[in-house]
Design a protein around this ligand. Structure first.
Ligand SMILES: NC(=O)c1ccc[n+]([C@@H]2O[C@H](COP(=O)([O-])OP(=O)(O)OC[C@H]3O[C@@H](n4cnc5c(N)ncnc54)[C@H](O)[C@@H]3O)[C@@H](O)[C@H]2O)c1
Ligand SMILES: [Zn+2]
Length: 356
């Protein structure tokens, strides 16, 4: 087992990474001060991992599970309310702990429920998709979507710990594995050139679910995420580099209808748009754009935006993106491999030429 720490002073917490960690209740038990635990999961996982959702597995007096419908289209306030219903119906108090068992959708919703239930209770992340293991479970961004924009309602709320069991990836569909690889590639592009090069040599192994390669990619990704979050917890500055490809990607997700393009797929195409735009600005060369495209395609991800989207469609959604500050558009772009910049200062022409 590997243990990393997200260094945030009194809000610091460990990330445990290893094979079969779900079978080890001792990782979770220290956080159950009130002996109350509300597991939040979805219909797919509740069935697939039915054995895990049993009270006898954990030494906890009150153990409840709330099962949400599965899908990005349910990441909204209405579904969130089901968590509050379950907490109140089962009389969970301020000392309860929520446990997110699922991908990023479950993690984001559980975290937001924990941030707001009785003004804030503890929560634990047990991420089960590659995307949530390398990205969404770490860093404390929680929330739900609004019809007019993704993740528009939410809070910063750090988990007490993150338990990453690499074994659960065995049941993950191929398409979801690829979606997670988008965020993995992102870390190489924004901040870690050696890791980008490692990915170029090991993408095939990752796609084939080589256990060692996956564990290494998860660890490196979490290391970068933890470092960036520790430097800028609430995204006042550098943390925004984690959004490479996301402004374009969120526009794709919202326009297609949440859940049609997976988040990671939209980020894959969005990162290519950010690469293309950086090249048009003369900040990176063709070679890096081509290497990125090769990597994104090797991961099984789309490298172009959907054919039914126009430049106007993109602009419409980009103007409600949280990253648009004071009416001016702030984008994450590249100045090299492993060198992301967050800037409002770019030639608008380059943006327009990048949009379809
Ligand atoms: N908070 C953050 O910092 C952050 C960062 C990145 C992404 N996100 C959010 O994360 C969400 C995407 O997360 P995701 O890609 O994990 O999608 P997801 O949560 O929808 O999970 C994908 C699918 O895989 C299924 N699944 C999960 N684990 C499985 C397993 N082990 N075996 C079989 N099936 C499994 C789920 O039931 C679901 O159908 C988006 O809403 C995105 O906005 C948040
Ligand atoms: Zn993302």
């Amino acid at each position: 087992m590997r243990k990393l720490i997200v260094e945030l002073g009194e809000r610091s917490y460990p990330i445990f990474i290893g094979k079969g960690l779900l079978k080890d209740p001792s990782l979770i038990e220290p956080y159950l001060s009130a002996s109350q635990l509300m597991c939040v999961t979805n219909t797919t996982l509740a069935e697939m991992y039915a054995d895990w959702f049993k009270q006898e597995n954990l030494k906890v007096a009150k153990f409840n599970t709330v099962v949400l419908p599965d899908g990005e289209q349910f990441k909204n306030l209405e579904t969130l309310n089901l968590i509050f219903d379950a907490l109140l119906q089962n009389r969970h108090n301020r000392k309860t702990c929520l446990l997110a068992f699922g991908g990023g959708v479950i993690g984001d919703m559980t975290g937001f429920a924990a941030a707001s239930y009785q003004r804030g209770v503890d929560f634990i992340q047990v991420p089960t998709t590659l995307l949530s293991q390398v990205d969404s479970s770490v860093g404390g961004k929680t929330g739900v979507n609004h019809a007019l924009g993704k993740n528009m309602i939410g809070a910063f709320h750090q988990p007490k710990c993150v338990v990453i069991d690499t074994e659960v990836l065995k049941s993950l569909p191929d398409r979801e594995l690829s979606a997670g690889l988008a965020e993995v590639i992102k870390y190489g592009l924004i901040a870690d050139q050696p890791f980008f090069e490692w990915l170029e040599h090991n993408m095939e192994k990752l796609v084939q679910r080589d256990e060692e390669a996956l564990a290494y990619a998860i660890e490196q990704s979490c290391l970068t995420k933890a470092k960036v979050v520790a430097a800028d917890e609430r995204e006042g500055g550098v943390r925004a580099i984690l959004n490479l490809g996301h402004t374009f990607g969120h526009a794709i997700e919202a326009h297609q209808g949440y859940g049609v393009w997976l988040h990671g797929e939209a980020v894959g195409a969005g990162m290519m748009m950010a690469c293309e735009m950086s090249r048009k600005l003369g900040w990176i060369d063709d070679k890096l754009v081509n290497r990125s495209r090769k990597l994104i395609e090797a991961a099984g991800l789309p490298a172009c935006p959907p054919s039914n989207m126009s430049a106007d469609d993109f602009l419409k959604y980009m103007s409600v993106d949280k990253k648009v500050l004071d009416g001016s558009l702030r984008l994450v772009l590249l100045k090299g491999c492993g060198q992301a910049v967050v800037t409002e200062e770019f030639d608008r022409q380059a943006l327009m030429e990048t949009l379809p």
